[in-house]
Design a protein around this ligand. Structure first.
Ligand SMILES: [Zn+2]
Ligand SMILES: [Zn+2]
Length: 332
């Protein structure tokens, strides 16, 4: 156990806010959990009471069934125990939030996962200056600099139009990335039907229910090869190389992930068209955010902690890594 400031503790299973008796994104069931966003490594089932945005609670309910949840709107401030807490947008996926806490004259912000570039499916990250900033570091190495999203989408469309007898199969994480790819395609003027794998159907519907327009979508199941030729098909990354994809017309295999920067990762999944599109901050976004928030201390959760820790120290910011278990970086 490590102590963050005077009143927040870091345990293997999560961050514990002592004066509120609450856990943030705990990896084990807890009586009181505050959940930053719906990805499975942050939002687990079985908690006693959950405080989260309405969108995150809805995502948890599609996955785990009914929650004894208390919805909190962005920027609504509530008091729990001796802590004033509010959730502000993190720009990561629909409903994702940073948790801003004030106690004993000190402000702590736990970012959860975040990114700084615009995403048509969720509210933009709001910077909140603070004393202690708890940041993720999934892409915390200077080698990770994500390119402009529009140019990656253009590469995808170019490949699609190059051979109308084939389809392009895009592997994209089911929560967030899949819906973002669809809306980015629409924003680039691609209005054709997009086919989808059954595993993303419920989340597509959930996004649409919250007002994210996805255009015309069709299930790939039951569609003929001839119908899908010349179209984009979106599936979770796990379906790229499995038997499911044999129903598709000579697919060009693509994958949308920050990891596509690493050639070896693309090769492992037999990805022909790697698209570097990430829902996490890249190196420049991480360092820009820390500069902007001017914290006196930075605590680094999952990812590549060392380089960011070093960067903080060279900028006279105290930094430390938290050894939390159960966070993965595959939600990318
Ligand atoms: Zn996430
Ligand atoms: Zn994460």
């Amino acid at each position: 156990m490590a102590r963050l400031g005077s009143w927040i503790e870091s345990h293997a299973e999560g961050i514990y806010v002592a004066p509120a008796d609450a856990w943030i994104d705990p990896s084990e069931a807890k009586p009181r959990a505050w959940v930053t966003h719906g990805h499975g490594d942050h939002a687990r089932g079985g908690h006693g009471a959950v405080l989260a945005t309405t969108e995150t609670l809805a995502i948890m309910e599609t996955r785990y069934g009914p929650q004894s949840g208390q919805p909190i709107a962005y920027d609504e401030s509530i008091r729990v125990g001796d802590v004033d807490v509010r959730f502000v947008p993190a720009g990561h996926v629909l409903g994702s939030a940073q948790i801003v806490m004030e106690h004993a004259g000190e402000r702590v912000v736990v970012s959860g996962d975040y990114k700084r570039r615009p995403d048509p499916t969720c509210a933009c990250f709001v910077p909140v200056p603070c004393d202690i900033f708890v940041t993720e570091a999934t892409f915390g190495l200077p080698v990770f600099r994500h390119p402009d999203t529009g140019s990656e989408i253009d590469r995808l469309l170019h490949r699609l139009h190059a051979d109308p007898s084939r389809c392009v199969l895009v592997g994209a994480y089911a929560l967030g990335k899949a819906q973002r790819i669809i809306t980015e395609l629409r924003a680039r003027g691609h209005n054709d039907p997009i086919y989808f794998h059954g595993a993303i159907e419920r989340l597509n519907q959930l996004y649409e229910g919250f007002g994210v327009a996805l255009g015309e979508l069709r299930p790939a199941t039951g569609a003929s090869k001839a119908e899908m030729a010349g179209h984009i098909v979106i599936a979770p990354p796990g379906a790229l190389n499995d038997r499911w994809s044999r129903r598709l017309p000579d697919p060009v295999t693509a994958m949308a992930s920050g990891w596509m920067r690493i050639r070896q990762r693309a090769r492992q999944r037999n990805v022909e068209l790697p698209l570097i599109i990430s829902d996490h901050a890249d190196w420049d976004e991480l360092t820009m955010t820390i500069r902007e928030l001017e914290p006196t201390e930075v605590w680094i959760t999952h990812g590549r902690e060392e380089a960011l820790k070093h960067w903080c120290m060279t900028h006279q910011i105290k930094a430390c890594e938290l050894n939390l278990v159960g966070y993965e970086d595959e939600d990318e």
